[in-house]
Write a protein that binds this ligand. Structure first.
Ligand code: ADP
Ligand code: MG
Ligand code: ZN
Length: 485
């Protein structure tokens, strides 16, 4: 049986985060009652004229620049004609011969190294509405809230060779768009939709095989599942002596397989032609230059900064920058802690620890992100400073954080109200230590006989007896003193 190489190219539709639609003033908020964000223009009424949203153009240019594309000065919108109930005009305004961006690339991690994925083009278009097949209403309905929302379609060359590379590319692309603040990157809500094109070719052969396009994939997991399924399916067809048909297949989440949606013969002839309602769009070098100057930092740059400037490990930097809100949270909390007198490296390490472990666990449990965290970055900083100064112990800090999270109160309030201040007073500690020594004669003998590991147990007993409030460093010191005297 022949061995095959997988070849994948991706088409991604990214919904641009403009406040209004691509060609009219309607809003773009997700999840509003059906047809409440519509006007004669996006409803496709005769006699209305589209007007280009400048912000959408700007976002497309920013994305193009970040993806190392050439931004074309000459742009043209085209009509892509087809009939479907969710498309009121009978055509979609898109770009055809002259896309806004071309010939870019991004670098992804692949195997133990990196790999460049070439970007063929990125063009602007408007989204369609949504057919709603609600049960009990006696038919299908159309919600046109989404009709006319700006999309950037980003198309790669067929450069990917595995599901892992596709996921790495998608995550990289999502990070770029999210850090630019041009797309919210939410795959479940459909703000980032990906259509992989996949073919197989015998290992060593140059020509590509016939490709299949896959749709309806709305999570990273499904991308991986769909690709793996399709590789198996195509391998079997070829090994059985069959042929791959060029077609579009839909991913079926429940069945875990792809099924034919339409064949090449059924493919639309879109009869593209320049939209006569929209004049050609000229993008000046000055405009591009201005946008280049104000391009926000990308995830990869922030990642480097977290390592070089804040001294984080590559791992911690990776976890924090994988989520832009987490990265911003970290920066603000660290700045506050440093202002309060913590050395930068200590503050950064501590905040990174809390943000990636305890706080993240609390957020996950509640199903919310850093942007909606009830503990504000300044409040986390206050807690970390308290712990660093020795006012509270590590275990108490954890309890206080959980309390801050559920009540929104400050660390100071909680510590005071509950009397959680760390006990460092030698007199008070000595009393507890004496009790522990008296209660554990056997362990004391063991320790004195050279079994030093027993010290940890005894420290633990003192901590427990103090309700977690004893200063562990002090306890260690005092215990050792008493045991060896
Ligand atoms: P179409 O006109 O059918 O949409 P395109 O040439 O525009 O095809 O390519 C669409 C996507 O399919 C691109 O991402 C491209 O990289 C990818 N692609 C093209 N040919 C192949 C192939 N033989 N195998 C896998 N992917 C392919
Ligand atoms: Mg296509
Ligand atoms: Zn409208």
């Amino acid at each position: 049986m022949a061995a095959y190489e997988t070849v994948i190219g991706l088409e991604v539709h990214a919904q641009l985060k403009t406040r209004s639609k691509m060609f009219c003033a309607c809003g773009t908020v997700f999840g509003l009652p059906a047809n409440t964000q519509t006007c004669p223009i996006c409803l496709g009424m005769p006699g209305t004229l589209p007007v280009v949203n400048k912000k959408a153009i700007e976002m497309a240019i920013q994305a193009g620049l970040a993806l190392n594309c050439t931004v074309n000065s000459k742009n043209r919108f085209a009509r892509k004609n087809y009939f479907y109930p969710d498309l009121p005009k009978g055509y979609q305004i898109s770009q055809y011969e002259l896309p806004i961006c071309e010939d870019g690339w991004v670098e992804i991690a692949a195997g133990s190294g990196t790999k460049k994925i070439r970007i063929k083009r990125a063009h602007l278009e408007e989204d369609a509405g949504k057919n709603v097949h609600a049960t009990g209403t006696g038919g299908s309905r159309v919600d046109l809230n989404r009709a006319g929302t700006p999309l950037l379609e980003i198309v790669t060359e067929p450069d990917m060779r595995s599901a892992d590379e596709v996921v790495a590319y998608l995550k990289m692309l999502r990070d770029v768009l999210v850090y630019l603040d041009v797309c919210d990157g939410n795959m479940e809500e459909g703000s980032l939709r990906c259509e992989p094109n996949l073919s197989l070719r015998p290992v060593g052969k140059k020509e590509f095989g016939t490709k299949v396009e896959m749709k309806n994939i709305n999570s990273f997991k499904f991308v991986k599942d769909a690709i793996e399924y399709e590789v198996k399916r195509q391998t079997k067809v070829l090994n059985d002596g069959g042929k791959i048909h060029q077609e579009t297949r839909l991913w079926d989440t429940d069945r875990g397989e792809t099924a034919v949606m339409r064949s090449k013969e059924e493919a639309h002839d879109y009869r593209y032609f320049p939209d006569p309602d929209l004049v050609p769009l000229e993008i000046s070098e000055e405009w591009i230059g201005e946008l280049k100057k104000t391009l926000p930092k990308l995830a990869t740059e922030v990642h480097e900064q977290f390592i070089n400037e804040f001294g984080l490990t590559d791992y911690a930097a990776g976890v924090l920058t994988a989520d832009k809100a987490a990265a911003e949270y970290f920066v603000r909390a660290t700045a506050t802690a440093v202002e309060a007198g913590l050395p930068k490296a200590d503050g950064a390490r501590e905040i990174a620890n809390w943000a990636t472990v305890d706080l993240r666990a609390l957020l996950n449990e509640k199903g919310i992100g850093f942007a909606d965290c009830p503990v504000k970055p300044e409040q986390l900083a206050e807690l970390v400073v308290k712990k660093h100064k020795g006012e509270i112990s590590g275990p108490i800090a954890k309890t206080v954080l959980a309390e801050m999270f559920s009540t929104g109160r400050s660390a100071d309030e909680i510590v005071k109200a509950k009397g959680l201040t760390q006990v460092s007073d030698e007199g008070a500690l000595a009393k507890i230590i004496d009790e522990v020594i008296a209660k554990n004669p056997q362990q004391v003998v063991q320790y004195r006989g050279g079994k030093e590991a027993v010290l940890g147990f005894l420290v633990g007993q003192v901590m427990k007896a103090s309700g977690g409030k004893a200063n562990p460093g002090k306890v260690n010191e005092l215990l050792k003193g008493k045991l060896t005297s």
